[in-house]
Design a protein around this ligand. Structure first.
Ligand code: ZN
Length: 139
């Protein structure tokens, strides 16, 4: 069995953003030379997500509105977590809803997606360098 590991780095200039990382994961898969197996992609930070959905700007706007309704950033004093001196209590909650990782089947050297599926990095507390892990195993 072959095994491949790579870290992708992001430095999002805004507090929140959704970034399509499908091509970067496909580059990893090509580099791995694995044709049949599994590909795991996970955020390595507790205020960021990796998820799969449609690359459609209206949907991403809807996520932003929905998440901000669920866990508004302001006032930061509403979160017990922020009593530690941080201001990212909302970002931890947003990440929990949007998830930590995705697993995609690898078939004939390609990510075996469903219709319209793409992989996204969800940033909820940006303006610093953060990592995403890509781990691929198979033959
Ligand atoms: Zn925190």
């Amino acid at each position: 069995m072959k095994s491949y590991r790579k870290e992708l780095w992001f430095n999002v200039p805004t507090r929140r953003a959704f970034i399509n990382i499908t091509h970067q994961v496909e580059d990893c898969l090509r580099e791995s030379k694995i044709k049949e197996g599994m590909c795991l992609v996970n955020a390595m930070h507790i205020t960021a997500s990796v998820f799969i959905n449609d690359d459609e700007s209206g949907l991403h706007h809807d996520y932003e509105t929905w998440l901000e309704n669920l866990a508004p950033h302001e006032p930061v004093s509403q979160y017990r977590h922020n009593a530690t001196g941080e201001d990212n209590g909302d970002a931890h909650l947003k990440r929990q809803v949007m998830g930590r990782e995705v697993v995609v089947a690898v078939t004939e050297g390609k990510l075996d997606f469903g219709t319209w599926e793409r992989i996204f990095y969800g940033e909820f507390d940006g303006r610093r360098r953060k990592r995403v892990l890509v781990k691929i195993i198979g033959e």
